[in-house]
Design a protein around this ligand. Structure first.
Ligand SMILES: [Zn+2]
Length: 218
């Protein structure tokens, strides 16, 4: 696979922040900001577990668990049930606190289309379109996210290889293309979401799959 040469980013600052979730779970994190990210956005890395320590010199070691989490204001902060972002984020933090890892919090609302457009896409979904059709109807691509800045952040942290916590093959593909080796893909738990409810319902009804999920949530 050919890799794309990346502009080099560096750690701008790092600071410890104790975290506590709404359900009472707490852990220590180290937050990293960066200089040189190509899109000029304020993306953050959270070091968790044994990666909550200071990064002094970026010396490559074994591949840590890494999650690329795209910002979702409605799901992450307010617990919106239209998606599973809040649950995914909560799961990722705890898994990384146990095994050590980095959570990259990427400012890519609504698969990169922005918060207002995401709400407009919700309205179109209520009118019958699925999540991808709605983005297209608004003049966006199905998924506009680039993970180039994620690769920049990982390399700045001294993490050229990762065990990627994700169900999304595009993330692994893009990271590899940008020069970060994905040694394994670790699936996340299935959290029922607006995006997958219809899909699961179709499989259950047509394919006789046994899927345990609440139909009322769809
Ligand atoms: Zn979301």
């Amino acid at each position: 696979m050919t890799t794309v040469p990346l502009p080099k980013a560096t750690i701008r600052s790092q600071v410890s922040v104790p975290l506590r979730s709404a359900d009472g779970y707490s852990t220590a994190a180290r937050l990293f900001s960066f200089d040189g990210l190509v899109d000029g956005q304020e993306h953050l890395a959270f070091g968790l577990g044994d990666r909550a320590a200071a990064v002094i010199s970026a010396s490559p070691g074994p591949a840590p668990l890494v999650r690329l989490h795209s910002e979702c204001l409605t799901g992450d902060v307010f617990g919106s049930q239209r998606c599973d972002c809040g649950a995914q984020l909560r799961e990722a933090v705890e898994r990384m606190a146990v095994s050590g890892g980095f959570l990259l919090y990427l400012r890519q609302e609504g698969r990169g289309i922005g918060l207002y457009a995401k709400l407009e896409a919700y309205a179109l979904q209520d009118a019958g379109l699925d999540t991808y059709e709605a983005n297209l109807a608004l003049g966006h691509r199905e998924d506009e996210r680039s993970y180039l800045v994620a690769a920049q952040m990982l390399l700045a942290l001294g993490v050229p290889q990762v065990a990627l916590l994700s169900n999304n093959p595009d993330k692994a593909r893009q990271l590899q293309r940008f020069g970060v080796t994905v040694t394994e893909r670790v699936p996340t738990a299935v959290h029922l979401s607006e995006a997958n409810a219809r899909y699961l319902a179709t499989k259950a009804q047509r394919g006789a799959h046994t899927i345990d999920f609440p139909l009322s949530a769809g």
